[in-house]
Design a protein around this ligand. Sequence first.
Ligand SMILES: Nc1ncnc2c1ncn2[C@@H]1O[C@H](COP(=O)(O)OP(=O)(O)OP(=O)(O)O)[C@@H](O)[C@H]1O
Length: 274
Amino acid sequence: MIEIEGLSKRFALADPKRAAQSQRRDPRQRGRHFYSVESVSLSCPAGEVLGLIGPNGAGKTTTLRLLSGVLRPDAGRIVIDGEPLDTRDGELRRRIGFLSASTALYERLTVEENLRYFGQLYGMTVQALDERIALLQEQLAFSDFRHRRVMDLSSGMRQRANIARAVIHQPRAIVLDEPTTGLDIMATEVVLQFIDQQRQSGVPVIFSTHHLEEICLLCDRLAVMQLGRTVFNGPLEAYAGSRDLEPLRRTFMAQALASREESREVGDAQAHLA
Ligand SMILES: Nc1ncnc2c1ncn2[C@@H]1O[C@H](COP(=O)(O)OP(=O)(O)OP(=O)(O)O)[C@@H](O)[C@H]1O
């Protein structure tokens, strides 16, 4: 279970006077600071997926960077499996597998060499690494390029390798910032299936996206951010039924959720027969 309570982060403005004159007035810009994230609280139980959506600049990336220990919050706390974590030490990074746009691999090394390198940094043994790489290779379908150098990979292959790197140490929770942005349909499908597999194996996953259909396909919960705050946070069904939602979006979500229910029932029945 991942819980974040009252998380806030502000950044000092480089030139507050100039910013005040040249920018459109933004309620997050106050005095000498820009308040990117204010009192954000979310929770994602084990075996569930939480989707984070919101317009450009709403504060999604900042929230996820706070949650994964890349940034330190000014206020608030992060609790994993009931244990509050000190955001100043490296424990958060060990507990959470975080994929962001700046997750990087060594270009001259192969995918496998990268995974072994990052796994060793987490103190994994050779045997633990062998097993973990074999599982991730299956889940992220990288057997064809496991031994290829990163510099020779397509963007879809690279993203799958990035995800494998982010979760090599078998973290207790997974946080993915726009994992499908810029990917083709095949790579997107692999990434979405990977998230679903984590859900089924009981790992909580939080991911941000601009695609409502990904939310409908995968998420149990949804958080909607606007101007640094959460304007909705709860079960997906509650959002889909919300009167505030514009009719077209409500119809789209109702249909998508019904077809998801149907395909999960078919999946359950097939699993039962197998
Ligand atoms: N280091 C920083 N210094 C100053 N302002 C920042 C910094 N990081 C983020 N911001 C501001 O905080 C706001 C939220 O940014 P953030 O990247 O979290 O939004 P987002 O919801 O992820 O947007 P997008 O969908 O475009 O990726 C933006 O206005 C951004 O300019």
